[in-house]
Design a protein around this ligand. Structure first.
Ligand code: FES
Length: 199
């Protein structure tokens, strides 16, 4: 009998009244089924909350400008002349290299085991202090155990006439067209492009 079962399941709690004229208030404790519903609802709400927080984490940028993983503005005044030693930006862990073919930002971490290759002016190349890998000015592999050339960061060059050029999928240097003046360089350390294959 349903009514009998409910009566057994529900435990009634009577709150004592101090006023003898006041009617007694009865509060029914939740049944086991109701309790399970509450737990189930709370679990679903928690799951949805976590999914929503995860979505927001992906949608909104996680790194501020000038923070590794985000975009670094690079002052064109600091750009080395073509053929000069690349400019090291420690906070962004990249070198800005100005080559005969254009400008590129090289990730400063060796593709072998993660040491930091240094620019050696006397040899006009990057040399890794750990196991001796060597790389050209544009990060191409020369010799050593490194499996490929240095990785690159996607960059955007904005010119004074309002036009701009962006690193393509190869990560090759961005050529500077004749007569254009660079207004701003932006290096995205959150967008790494695998370095060129050896050979
Ligand atoms: S870490 Fe650079 S050569 Fe091994």
């Amino acid at each position: 009998m349903a009514t009998t079962t409910q009566a057994v399941e529900r435990a009634s709690v009577a709150r004592p009244s101090t006023d003898t004229n006041e009617p007694t208030v009865r509060m029914d404790a939740p049944t086991r089924r109701e309790f399970m519903y509450y737990i189930w609802g709370a679990s679903i709400a928690l799951l949805l909350g976590q999914a929503g927080a995860g979505l927001l984490w992906f949608v909104f940028p996680r790194f501020r400008e000038g923070e590794f993983g985000g975009v670094f503005p690079f002052n064109p005044a600091d750009l080395p002349p073509v053929g000069a030693a690349p400019e090291w930006v420690a906070a962004g862990r990249f070198h800005v290299s100005n080559t005969e073919n254009g400008i590129l930002a090289l990730y400063g971490v060796c593709t072998h085991l993660g040491c930091l290759p240094k620019w050696v002016a006397s040899n006009v190349r990057f040399e890794c202090p750990c196991h001796g890998s060597k790389f050209t000015r544009d990060g191409s592999y020369i010799e050593g155990p490194a499996p490929r050339g240095l990785d690159r960061f996607s960059s955007t060059i904005i010119f004074t006439d309002g036009t701009s050029a962006v690193t393509d999928d190869t990560g090759d240097p961005i050529p500077i067209p004749e007569g254009k003046t660079i207004a701003e360089i932006r290096v995205n350390t959150g967008s790494k492009i695998t370095g060129p294959a050896n050979g």
